[in-house]
Design a protein around this ligand. Structure first.
Ligand SMILES: Nc1ncnc2c1ncn2[C@@H]1O[C@H](COP(=O)(O)OP(=O)(O)OP(=O)(O)O)[C@@H](O)[C@H]1O
Ligand SMILES: [Mg+2]
Length: 170
């Protein structure tokens, strides 16, 4: 009687040990999957790419623009729209660096029904007339997706560039 119990106990112990080993394997796999997802997801997310792009413009600008990101940038903005956004942020900041003589700039992105970008600087403002190249390009990118791009004087001096495109899934 006692002998049977011991044998049964051993069998149970062996089974439990196997289950624990399997669980350890599973946990290891899940951990490495999470790590892989974080590694790629984080560096390549639109949010990270916006921050990296703005950081990289700081040298040319002579200051670090502040960045405000609102809404589900990483999930609600498709790849192609994200590329457009990055190109427009790049051109807008290059304009600030080369033409504005600004001391500050703000990059504000909001994701709602539309994707909106606002780039504000406290520089000299955009003069009348003159050639339009980057500005034309930013307008074309917006209008190509059913959106718009405008510039207006910033109260207190400088420029506000407002770029907007609709998002397919609202
Ligand atoms: N943030 C700004 N502050 C002051 N002036 C600006 C600003 N952005 C644009 N401008 C003025 O508007 C003009 C047109 O800008 P646009 O980006 O179209 O062309 P560009 O910057 O001169 O040339 P490119 O974009 O081809 O390098 C600029 O030459 C500049 O005079
Ligand atoms: Mg330009």
């Amino acid at each position: 009687m006692a002998a049977i119990k011991i044998t049964q106990k051993r069998e149970v112990a062996v089974r439990v040990q196997r289950a624990v080993d399997d669980l350890d394997d599973t946990i290891r796999q899940i951990r490495s999957s999470i790590f892989a997802l974080q590694a790629t997801g984080d560096e390549e997310s639109l949010r990270s790419r916006v921050h990296a792009l703005v950081d990289s413009a700081a040298e040319q600008l002579g200051f670090s623009p502040s960045v405000r990101l609102d809404g589900l940038l990483d999930t609600a903005v498709d790849e192609e729209t994200g590329e457009q956004l990055l190109a427009v942020v790049r051109e807008a900041l290059s304009n600030v660096a080369r033409h504005a003589h600004a001391g500050e700039a703000v990059v504000a992105i909001d994701v709602g029904d539309d994707l909106t970008l606002r780039v504000e600087d406290d520089g000299v403002g955009i003069g009348e007339g003159g050639r339009r190249s980057g500005l034309r390009n930013m307008t074309d990118r917006a209008e190509g997706c059913g959106g718009s791009c405008t510039t207006r004087p910033r109260p207190g001096g400088g420029t506000i560039l407002a770029w907007r495109v609709p998002l397919k899934d609202g």
